[in-house]
Design a protein around this ligand. Structure first.
Ligand SMILES: Nc1ncnc2c1ncn2[C@@H]1O[C@H](COP(=O)(O)OP(=O)(O)O)[C@@H](O)[C@H]1O
Ligand SMILES: [Mg+2]
Length: 256
């Protein structure tokens, strides 16, 4: 981890149009190169909404985001497209959105094509490399989305995210539906990728045991606010808020 800040968000406010409830209320955070920030909190606390704002899928009413040195919310056109490649996402069941008949090859080819790799041969080599990087057998390329296991699906989603050489990957409950041993392998894989490429992660999870395993820092969210923020060890060893204590108590693997 270095001190180079990759993503900095300041004073984000968001409410869904036509409602007056603030879903995000003055949220600020920063993520450095090679750092994992775990965003934890109860269901409904606003984690996924924050992720969607950081990914520029929805717009905040207030606040600023700088990403990779740019004014992220102001970027448009070509600059936006280029910078979008640098921030990727992995969701809980990321392949669910695709046609189940798509092959793994098609899924990995698409981001390469969109981000300007024109040569078919070059893309084929890259697809094989991506599968190696996530420890999958390149023979999988001919398989269909509905023919691979849960753990394989998540590796494919990670490979897809890596295709554009991102600086930051936003993972929203990405290991939540995996069983414990598969989850451990995916967390190891993410750590290997980070050690090699200095990738930064915003790792959203409701499970503090997962946060302990992977995060350098933790931000605890409650009712649209970040109520606790700091080094993972400090927060887990000496939680300051009732909400953090409750999250720790709810995680059987953390209780002592
Ligand atoms: N499309 C929507 N319209 C109105 N409210 C929404 C919408 N989507 C989510 N919400 C509300 O926003 C709040 C935060 O949701 P979310 O960001 O999904 O939380 P989390 O990911 O922490 O579970 C919840 O109260 C949820 O009901
Ligand atoms: Mg969510």
């Amino acid at each position: 981890m270095t001190d180079q800040v990759i993503l900095q968000a300041e004073g984000l406010k968001f409410g869904f149009p036509g409602t007056n409830k603030l879903i995000l209320n003055d949220v600020s955070l920063s993520i450095s190169r090679g750092e994992t920030l775990a965003l934890v909190g109860r269901s409904g606390s606003g984690k996924s909404t924050l992720a969607r704002i950081l990914l520029r899928l929805i717009k905040p009413q207030r606040g600023q985001i700088s990403f990779n040195g740019a004014d992220w919310l102001a970027l448009q056109g070509k600059h936006l497209r280029q910078m979008r490649a640098k921030m990727q996402m992995v969701f809980q069941d990321p392949l669910a959105a695709f046609n189940p008949n798509s092959t793994i090859c098609t899924l990995l080819d698409e981001p390469l094509r969109i981000h300007g790799m024109r040569e078919v041969h070059q893309r084929a080599i890259m697809i094989t490399q991506l599968l190696y990087r996530v420890a999958l057998d390149p023979a999988l390329i001919t398989r269909r989305v509905d023919e691979v296991s849960g753990g394989q699906r998540q590796r494919i989603a990670i490979a897809r995210a890596l295709a554009t050489k991102p600086e930051l990957i936003v993972l929203d409950e990405a290991v939540a539906s995996l069983d414990v041993s598969v989850r451990a392998h995916i967390l190891d894989l993410l750590q290997d990728i980070q050690a090699r490429d200095q990738t930064s992660y915003l790792f959203i999870t409701h499970d503090l045991a997962v946060a302990k395993r992977i995060a350098h820092k933790i931000a605890v969210m409650d009712e649209g606010k970040i109520v606790e923020y700091g080094r993972a060890d400090d927060i887990l060893d000496d939680p300051q808020t009732a909400i953090t204590k409750a999250l720790i108590a709810a995680s059987p693997r953390l209780k002592r």
